[in-house]
Write a protein that binds this ligand. Structure first.
Ligand SMILES: *Cc1c(COP(=O)(O)O)cnc(C)c1O
Length: 241
């Protein structure tokens, strides 16, 4: 076993214990939770190693890096007899002129936060002939930071309706990043409320993407279904992406 494979195997096992413990503490079934391994800044070889260890969902936040990595991973996996599924989740700030590219490799987009992205993603998904699952990213900040993205809570219903009616898009639910310098749990509780309201009109849109390496327990306690975890699996990133 290579050192890196061993390191990733240990991190995956430790993370699994953390997630299972948090799920049990919240009275939830571990099977309701999907870990998205956020591989930004890490090489395709790490993705292939983790995939071999049973990790199937990976997240990236920049189209340029993600597109190249997705292609590299696909070619590395062609050498594997029965590679099993691998899904890419796009979790970063999305530019309209990148929507087509993102739709070419991603199965999920967690970061839809403005109306013009809807037709752009829809056209991209139609061109690939696949359905793209889209989450509406919400800002939980009183003072939204355009750098982090996220729609205002009041704008979520209209965005959700637009996604739900766009060809080749499936409305999956909501996503948020906890605001910095504040306890995460009340912010995630707000996201859970928004999700409940969304599901009155869109009963199938039950996904809640919340929780990073530092706050996954709070996210699980407040109903998260998708955890976006980088540092806890890969280690500390050398550069801030
Ligand atoms: C980088 C990133 C993560 C993962 O953060 P960690 O703290 O490394 O777990 C999650 N969500 C988004 C949107 C990110 O950009």
């Amino acid at each position: 076993m290579s050192d890196r494979r061993e390191q990733l195997a240990r991190a995956l096992a430790a993370l699994e214990r953390r997630v299972s413990t948090a799920a049990a503490a919240a009275g939830r079934d571990r099977r309701e939770l999907t870990v998205v391994a956020v591989s930004k800044t890490w090489p395709a070889s790490d993705v292939v190693l983790l995939h071999g260890l049973g990790q199937h969902d990976f997240g990236e936040n920049r189209d340029q890096e993600a597109r190249g990595k997705a292609a590299d991973v696909a070619s590395l996996l062609r050498a594997v007899a029965a590679p099993g599924p691998l899904r890419w989740h796009f979790i970063g700030q999305l530019q309209r002129n990148k929507a087509r590219s993102v739709a070419s490799y991603a199965s999920w987009v967690h970061s839809l936060d403005r109306p013009p992205l809807v037709p752009a993603l829809s056209r991209g998904a139609q061109a690939t002939g696949r359905e793209l699952t889209v989450l509406v990213q919400v800002s939980l900040d009183d003072d939204p930071d355009p750098g982090r993205g996220g729609a205002r809570p009041a704008d979520v219903p209209a965005l959700a309706d637009a996604v739900a009616t766009a060809p080749s898009l499936r409305l999956g639910g909501v996503m948020a990043v906890a605001p910095p310098h504040r306890p995460a749990r009340p912010a995630f509780a707000m996201l859970r409320d928004l999700s409940q309201r969304l599901r009155r009109d869109h009963p199938a849109a039950g996904a809640i993407s919340a929780g990073m390496s530092a706050d996954l327990e709070d996210a699980i306690a407040e109903g998260a279904t998708h955890l976006r975890l980088g540092t806890a699996l890969f280690g500390t990133r050398a550069r801030v992406p």
